[in-house]
Design a protein around this ligand. Sequence first.
Ligand SMILES: Nc1nc2c(c(=O)[nH]1)N[C@@H](CN(C=O)c1ccc(C(=O)N[C@@H](CCC(=O)O)C(=O)O)cc1)CN2
Length: 288
Amino acid sequence: MAARLIDGKARAAALRAAVAERVAAFPGRKPGLAVVLVGEDPASSVYVRSKNRACAEAGMRGFEHRLPDTVAQADLLALVDRLNADPEVDGILVQLPLPKHIDANKVITRIDPDKDVDGFHPVNAGRLATGLPGFVPCTPFGCLMLIRDVRERLAGLEAVVVGRSNIVGKPMAQLLIAESCTVTVAHSRTRDLGLHLARADVVVAAVGVPKLIRGDQLKAGATVIDVGINRTDVGLVGDVDFDSALPVAGAITPVPGGVGPMTIACLLRNTLVSAGRREGVEIDEGGF
Ligand SMILES: Nc1nc2c(c(=O)[nH]1)N[C@@H](CN(C=O)c1ccc(C(=O)N[C@@H](CCC(=O)O)C(=O)O)cc1)CN2
């Protein structure tokens, strides 16, 4: 039997509508998100435009800052300082990747952790790892929502996260640990990926290698979440070989239209939550 197709586009639309409803009821000023883009990377430009459009559609204020790719690191840090101090700004994100002459870690750690709606700041990584309230990175947060939609109980499941980036792999592993899964993180030095995949009830692929994971490596009925967005000669493909995985998996995300749209929807959710915390407005943070 073919796997259930997980419709991330529809789930993201529902999440965005839920956020918009709460923004409409938000007292006083509207939540505000500042998005900083350095340079003109075409994919990043598209994502930043989408974030600003999504903000407007949710009734939030979007503050877009575009800087040339020659900008000095000190000037970028000075902009972050201004956004940290701006009372109208509830969320700040600096679009990644940054040009090589800029130290991304330095920029991320300059963002006020309580405005870090990307959840990349080490303070938020630490909060996630220790179960404290903070901000969870949007892509893994979106993955978890999709997994929860198709798996009634996560406790005790074997989960394999393929990829160990700070943005997806590591926080994804933390989220699954918090759900009481038994988590394995595989990466480029993992000796036998197939061995781990064969017993995984949940697979999250976030490694950036087109079609790395094949159907014959999966456990029958596995929930397969594909974070990969690889631009190839044949178009956009994920880290999972979708055609061979479809008849084996229990549920699977497509690329495009799976995890990707959840990233921006979760960003809006995090921004609303930030505004609520900053203004003392109660938001049911678990209710999305
Ligand atoms: N500061 C950040 N930088 C980056 C993040 C991030 O969360 N914060 N994530 C990615 C890029 N990204 C958002 O910024 C993002 C990636 C993909 C999608 C998406 O909807 N993808 C579509 C396909 C669209 C396409 O053709 O490219 C899909 O999968 O259906 C949204 C946002 C790196 N940088």
